[in-house]
Design a protein around this ligand. Structure first.
Ligand SMILES: [Zn+2]
Ligand SMILES: [Zn+2]
Length: 218
């Protein structure tokens, strides 16, 4: 495959070259205008736009096959050189960002401002943060549950369901179904038994609880 990506980026180099050679910017710009005119004329005539080349341009290109190959070779070398230095393969000035292009240049080639790898890392980081938040709120909730059970504010079946749900004895939180199995109750019945305790805990812990909010109007 021919690497002709940077062909359209040659004009800034020309400005610099003309400026350096002639010492004056105006002179450089008039030369540039002449170059642009020559370029447009040759392009319109279907000729290769490389200076001094009299061959027809290849179909769908502004250069002949030979010049396209030359440009491709040059670009391949430049690509490899920039890759080795860890620089953006497109601009060659900034370091690569999650790939061969820098953060600015990659936006010309993609819809998403962040690459897949970066988005995956962010997603995992957020998941880990959420997991940490849940674990922290579980610790806080279990402490509050122990206090409620100790001072006898919750009694009877409600206390047993809460004790089983929070795993006060075994350490591991149980689902409604698991609590139901131990107490020989339906999942729905466990849900109803736990609802007042969960609402009380939500109030005590200012909604920092490891479950979805429960309505208090039973
Ligand atoms: Zn040519
Ligand atoms: Zn770049």
């Amino acid at each position: 495959m021919l690497h002709t990506e940077t062909v359209s980026r040659e004009l800034p180099h020309l400005i610099r070259r003309y400026r350096n050679r002639n010492g004056s910017e105006n002179h450089g710009l008039s030369n540039l205008k002449q170059y642009q005119l020559r370029y447009a004329t040759r392009k319109a005539a279907g000729l290769c736009t490389s200076t001094g080349c009299s061959t027809n341009a290849a179909v769908g290109h502004t250069r002949c096959q030979r010049h396209l190959r030359e440009i491709s070779e040059r670009n391949k070398k430049q690509y490899t050189k920039r890759m080795c230095k860890g620089l953006c393969t497109y601009c060659g000035t900034r370091p690569g960002f999650w790939g061969v292009r820098c953060m600015i240049c990659r936006q010309k080639f993609t819809k998403h401002p962040l690459p897949n790898g970066a988005r995956r890392a962010l997603r995992r980081y957020r998941q880990a943060e959420e997991q940490h938040r849940v674990e922290q709120s579980q610790v806080g909730a279990k402490l509050a549950i122990r206090k409620l059970l100790a001072n006898g504010e919750i009694k009877g079946k409600r206390a047993k369901a809460l004790r089983l749900y929070a795993g006060v004895d075994h350490g591991k939180w149980r689902t409604y179904s698991e609590v139901g199995k131990v107490m020989h109750l339906s999942r729905q019945a466990v849900c109803q038994l736990l609802a007042p305790s969960k609402a009380t805990l939500a109030r005590i812990l200012k909604d920092n609880v490891p479950w979805r909010p429960v309505r208090e109007n039973w």
